[in-house]
Design a protein around this ligand. Sequence first.
Ligand code: CAA
Length: 380
Amino acid sequence: MNFNLSEEHLMIRDAARDFAQTELLPGVIDRDNKQHFPGELVKKMGELGFMGIMVDPKYGGSGMDTISYVLIMEELSKIDASASVMVSVNNSLVCYGLEAYGTEEQKQKYLTKLVTGEYLGAFCLSEPEAGSDATSQKTTAIDKGDHYILNGTKNWITNGGRANVYIVIAQTDRDKGSHGINAFIVERGTAGFHIGPKEDKLGIRGSDTHTLQFNDVKIPKENRIGTNGSGFRFAMKTLSGGRIGIASQALGIAQGAYELALKYSKERKAFGTEISNHQAIAFKLADMYTEIEAARLLVMKSAKDKDLGNNYDRSSAVAKLYASKVAMETTVEAVQIHGGNGFVKDYHVERLMRDAKITQIYEGTSEIQKIVISRSILRD
Ligand code: CAA
């Protein structure tokens, strides 16, 4: 096993680090306060190839591997998890889904624009009554011959207010359960498609989260992704890759908080010396470092599984479960090390702590990851 990054990986990591420092860090507190992420920054991330990291260059993508995706996600998330969730959803849930399961026509029409940042994508699975229980879709897509009629509500949709392309999961034949579900491409502006107000969130406040309403929305048949009834498996496969993205986000949040705490502990003095000289602080730093290293190995293992063509359903759930726990615990400790300053926005760690929480919730809660892992190990 080679634990060293290649020259190319180091270059990609450094490019993402540089972008995060120069473009994301200034204004991150303001974006969090105002709950806003400017479109120009999405465009810039597109120009750098961050919006279609793993997509084949023949569709305009960067043609990089999943390890590169993890490195980029970690660097962006260290500074701004609101930016990185946009990147993750666009890459893992939208671009991957279209590239792996879409028709050539769908790829030419949508994927080629999603990779550049000209278009932004959203993935619409969750509903008011179907969050974790994803097979219980209430949104319906009734087959009308050459088109479908879509009705229903989707909740907590990342990029919901500003996306151009929405992948929507809906029930076509309830009698068939998960085998009666389909995935559709819905374009922004389609008649009957309404975007609800933006959610006022605890964390990732710069990201754009909305409820969406579909009232008799006419979807041409060519906008269905995959064969009839394949939508649930499409969603599950797509989410497995998404979990690598969110695990990387959690890793980045943890690493960012750790670096801030380490720096602060070497500068701040109490009882006549830098606080890092007190074992109470030094031991916290040792625990944080160890847990982050363990999380990184799990995230890289899952990314490698995907790159090697191995099944990554289990390893991505393991990586997300563990990395999100590490993100939560590390950020709480980072605030503690900062003392009163940790409670103040200027020091960044309170934002990282708020941002960490969502990594234990979206793309499957920690409890859902345990369902996926336990079912997988019990099948062995
Ligand atoms: N690959 C292929 N097929 C799969 C699969 C996978 N990874 N997982 C399940 N399936 C198949 C099963 O084999 C089964 O097929 P058969 O009927 O032929 O046997 C079918 O799909 C149904 O599977 P289950 O019986 O396992 O379904 P379940 O109702 O027990 O649910 C679950 C399984 C794991 C709990 C699933 O519902 C789940 O992952 N829920 C969480 C959903 C989620 O992550 N939501 C987040 C929303 S997206 C988001 O957050 C985006 C954002 O904006 C940030």
